[in-house]
Design a protein around this ligand. Structure first.
Ligand code: FMN
Length: 177
């Protein structure tokens, strides 16, 4: 099974997660680069498309797409990727280090909204979606602290405790998919 990880990250958490997945699966990885990497313009939905990828998604059995969630939406660079490549992709897994917790997943800005958007765009090709809420790496006393949420990014220093079990289970599942 040939697998490739594509990712977009603004603050680094999804870069960390994507690299970790690629290392554990011993597979290739490529960053999705928007032509204009302006956070503000992307948040406004202004879209100049992505730069051409070096690695062709159609050469792989399984594509893992990794990136953040903003305002309850599939963000512009990830949406561009899905729209451009979904007809050539064989199987896709979507994974996000996001802000919404498991309890909030179905709320207005919850990750399930984005998972549903991805599934709608890719149909049966999307075989699995997984969220890694950033709150998993926060100490109990900061789990509801918005400031701590915004300032925390995944790293080797905080990738410990609860998140490890969820991640290991995800990797086991990925190997079986
Ligand atoms: C402007 C903005 C909007 C966000 N909106 C959401 C959201 O609607 N739902 C969510 O789960 N997380 C949301 N987040 C949190 C990000 O998904 C989270 O911080 C993510 O880990 C950032 O990934 P990165 O470090 O790879 O850029 C938002 C973050 C920003 C900066």
């Amino acid at each position: 099974m040939k697998t490739i990880v594509y990712y977009y990250s603004h603050k680094g958490s999804n870069r960390y997660l994507a690299n970790r997945i690629a290392t554990d699966l011993k597979c290739g990885i490529e960053e999705i680069k928007p032509r204009l990497n302006s956070h503000l313009l992307m948040l406004m939905g202004i879209n100049f498309g992505n730069r051409k990828l070096k690695v062709r998604a159609e050469d792989y059995d399984k594509v893992i797409l990794c990136g953040p969630i903003w305002m309850g939406k599939l963000i512009v660079p990830l949406k561009n990727f899905v729209i451009k490549h979904s007809d050539k992709i064989n199987k896709m897994v979507f994974v996000s280090c996001c802000g919404s917790t498991f309890e909030q997943k179905d709320q207005k800005f919850g990750h399930n909204l984005v998972f549903n958007e991805v599934k709608k765009l890719t149909g049966e090709k999307c075989i699995h979606c997984e969220a890694f809420p950033i709150g998993l790496v926060l100490p109990e006393e900061h789990k509801k602290d918005t400031d701590a949420f915004m300032k925390t990014h995944l790293s080797n220093d905080n990738f410990k405790g609860e998140i490890v079990g969820i991640y290991d289970n995800f990797i086991r599942q990925l190997k079986g998919l």
